[in-house]
Design a protein around this ligand. Sequence first.
Ligand code: NAI
Ligand code: MG
Length: 349
Amino acid sequence: KTIKLAVIPGDGIGHEVVPGALGILERLGEIHGGLKFEFEHFDYGCDHYLQHGDMMAPDGLERLSQNDAVFLGAVGDANKVPDHISLWGLLIKIRREFQQEINVRPAKVFEGIRSPLANPKDFDLMVVRENSEGEYSSVGGRMFHEEHEIAIQSSVFSKRATSQAMHYAFDLAASRGKMVTSATKSNGIYHAMPFWDDVFKEISSDYPDVSTTSEHIDALSASFVTRPERYDVIVASNLFGDILTDIGAAIMGSIGIAPSANLNLNGKYPSMFEPVHGSAPDIVGKGIANPVGQIWTAKMMLDHFGYTELGSKLLQAIEDTFREGIMTSDIGGSASTHEVTTSILDKLQ
Ligand code: NAI
Ligand code: MG
């Protein structure tokens, strides 16, 4: 079996963490035997914009779609291109055009990493975020002028996308800790969130073995910080999920560790796998970027393609590396990007 990957290192530290992750994928393919990766490299990013006036080539989406998945580093270099142009011209364009309607982000604390949590070992959860609509809609506008000016921003919640996110969360929970928490705010948001609650109740009846709770996003955010060990799978709207996953990354110890998957569920387009972090201009070129976000992202991709055994091997190698204290400076270590990557690679077998 050959998996065809569209590889976009992008900008900044994307170029420092992507090659190592590809090497790890190749090694895992060899270990498995008969699993090959074919990488098609794309130089899309801010330099492409400076040269051609566009973040990706005009036939970029078409060419990316010939692959089984997109493996992306990070996008953005504000010295060259304003961030809203680079982000919308590449990352968000791919998410929208490839109908990647679900965003999944795990969070956990690895042994060996300092954590303020009482029971860091029990902190191991997944946030499933609706990735296509909700609060991030373009419905609304600005009207009137000066002191009379009004901005109206409507959220859009469709039954289809809402139930899809919830089904995904319940299926995931069924294979894990058998608990789903819904992030709601039906006491304050009058139309959308009572609807969200109704759909959640309806879908939950299909999963009698999975227990459920529903928590208002304000209270949930607070207890996410103080007692995140209580959660297993959280399902959230676009905005709530965005906020929760950044808190999750902070609890993990560094944004440099956090992975994410943007999933296309209708099978028409590739899914995209990318770390949560950006291009980190403040540390670019120093060789100290944490490669684990990108490498853990590769594990999520392996899981997605059904190679969960390889995914577990990879996670184990990351855990063993941290346990030995081999880590980059963002999480209190002194190892380089290369040293951490090599250690993980060497532990695979
Ligand atoms: P950032 O994630 O690039 O950096 C935030 C902080 O975290 C910095 O101090 C950075 O050094 C550190 N950091 C990030 N990744 C790290 C890693 N792997 N190892 C060690 N430290 C790491 O976010 P920032 O500074 O807000 O944005 C920088 C650029 O990245 C902007 O152009 C922004 O638009 C873009 N960006 C792109 C994203 C993406 O491609 N998904 C996500 C977030 C930002
Ligand atoms: Mg965010």
